[in-house]
Design a protein around this ligand. Structure first.
Ligand code: HAX
Length: 441
């Protein structure tokens, strides 16, 4: 398999670099930790290692060193389409190079071979209460696929540490192949009562297949959106909740099914992946209240009302970014190109104009600019996917690409069990007293 060959070829050099750092330079100080960071959710503490993506606060995400516009321009695209093949993106994340068309298609072919879902998964999903949140269904389905984990099986049989990444890659390909099928099943079953398995078309690429299985009205354009959507949601370095949770659990040598279930559980929180559903609900509320796109003044007042009622404005702010999210920009370009007159796109543009001013006036948010959740739901809504709670499931399908690539490399480089140290409040108070005492003497 091409991915296996390419990663194998790179491993000796990467292992050597990691070994030199760990053995010869372990005592070099990279970062200091302040009381504010410990009390404030560990923001900005440099303590995770990945070469797959990096978020620059003033520039946004780079995937394998490439900006979002570069990634979208350079990856091979599905024939006759503008958006790249998702298989090409997965190759880029795993191998670190832009693939040829053949290499991107090789990943798509691997997915074709692995997309079949065992019957017990469908049975389990159908046995759940009708009003189960789709993120619960997705997480359960992922966890249940672990029954067939190659990693867990090989680990039990006994394997060398250097070989961990190989079954990890097998599992990751299996999982990423199956996720769109499971997501489409959850959608068609939960919202349309369809009990049949989704029909998977081996001749179609990841995005087109997903559009077929979702049965949206405009399958061609929805396929384009799906490619863009999964690519933009794939990776955002390692500190965000879904990536970090997956990495943490994976560091215990739990298989990717356990690890990604933890990531999905984190994604289900309103401050992380659930923000897209909340954001679209907020936009709809605006449109209903004002009977369409409001005036700038009305929107300004509405945004202040939201803040004054103690709520956050979803889709705005970020823990790391300090500029508009380039993924937001990419989504908005897609919307402005394909459906410029849609009232949600017009509203999203107006919110982009008004809300940063409101957040700046309030003076709390460190970043008053939009993150990608301010646009992602708008795209789905336009193509008829209007069950807001389902949006986080779509995020999960995309996020799997990034976190599984990281999982494979973490095992390949022998990354250890993650175990940071905690302190007590008294210890922090003592540390403060000691420093302040020194200053006053
Ligand atoms: N609306 C209102 N207040 C906001 C805000 C927003 N959009 N963004 C930040 N703030 C507030 C925070 O609640 C915090 O208030 P308190 O001091 O009263 O607690 C203050 O500003 C400082 O927060 P911050 O340091 O700027 O931001 P954080 O790193 O703590 O949090 C969040 C980052 C993304 C969680 C935050 O900006 C937020 O809640 N945004 C709205 C929800 C959202 O869009 N989430 C999706 C983020 C992207 C993502 O992960 N998607 O999955």
């Amino acid at each position: 398999m091409i991915l296996h060959e390419k990663i194998s070829a790179q491993l000796p050099a990467w292992r050597e670099r990691t070994k030199v750092l760990a053995k010869d330079h372990a005592d070099v100080v990279v970062d200091d930790v302040t009381v504010g960071q410990i009390v404030g959710g560990m923001r900005d503490i440099k303590s995770l290692l990945t070469d797959i993506s990096y978020v620059d606060s003033a520039e946004g995400i780079r995937l394998r060193g490439m900006s979002i516009p570069e990634v979208l321009k350079r990856l091979p695209r599905a024939r006759g389409n503008k958006m790249p093949l998702v298989g090409g993106l997965y190759y880029l994340l795993l191998v670190g190079e832009i693939p040829s068309m053949e290499e991107a298609m090789a990943v798509e072919d691997e997915w074709d071979k692995r997309a079949e879902i065992p019957d017990y998964v469908y049975k389990m999903l159908k046995s759940m209460p009708k009003d189960t949140h789709p993120m619960i269904l997705l997480t359960q389905a992922v966890m249940s696929l672990g029954v067939n984990s190659s990693f867990a099986k090989k680990y039990k049989e006994g394997m060398k540490k250097e070989a961990y990444w190989e079954p990890a890659l097998e599992d990751s390909l299996d999982l990423t192949a199956k996720l769109p099928v499971i997501a489409a099943f959850i959608y068609r079953y939960k919202y349309f009562g369809e009990k049949r398995k989704p029909r998977y078309y081996t001749k179609l690429d990841y995005g087109a297949n997903f559009a077929r299985m979702m049965k949206t009205a405009d399958k061609k354009q929805y396929a384009e959106l799906s490619r863009l959507y999964f690519i933009l949601h794939s990776d955002h370095e390692s500190g965000n909740v879904s990536a970090h949770a997956t990495h943490l659990v994976g560091s215990s040598l739990a298989d990717i099914y356990f690890a990604f279930s933890a990531g999905l559980a984190g994604l289900a929180g309103p401050l992380h992946g659930l923000a897209n559903q909340e954001c679209l609900a907020w936009y709809r509320e605006v449109l209903e209240r004002f009977n369409g796109v409001p005036t700038r003044d009305d929107l300004y007042k509405f945004a202040w009302d939201t803040l004054n009622s103690g709520k956050v404005i979803p889709g705005y702010g970020h823990a790391v970014l300090r500029v508009p999210d380039p993924r937001f920009i990419a989504f908005m370009e897609f919307g402005r190109t394909n459906f410029p007159d849609d009232e949600l796109i017009r509203l999203a543009d107006m919110v982009f104009d008004v809300v940063p001013t409101v957040l700046k006036e309030q003076g709390k948010a460190k970043n008053p600019a939009p993150n990608f959740d301010a646009a992602s739901g708008v795209m789905q809504y336009h193509y008829g996917v209007r069950n807001f709670e389902f949006y986080t499931v779509l995020f999960g399908v995309g996020r799997a690409l990034g976190v599984t690539a990281n999982y494979v490399w973490a095992r390949a480089l022998g990354q250890p069990l993650e175990r940071p140290k905690s302190v007590t409040t008294k210890m922090l108070e003592d540390a403060v007293a000691e420093v302040k005492g020194r200053v006053n003497t």
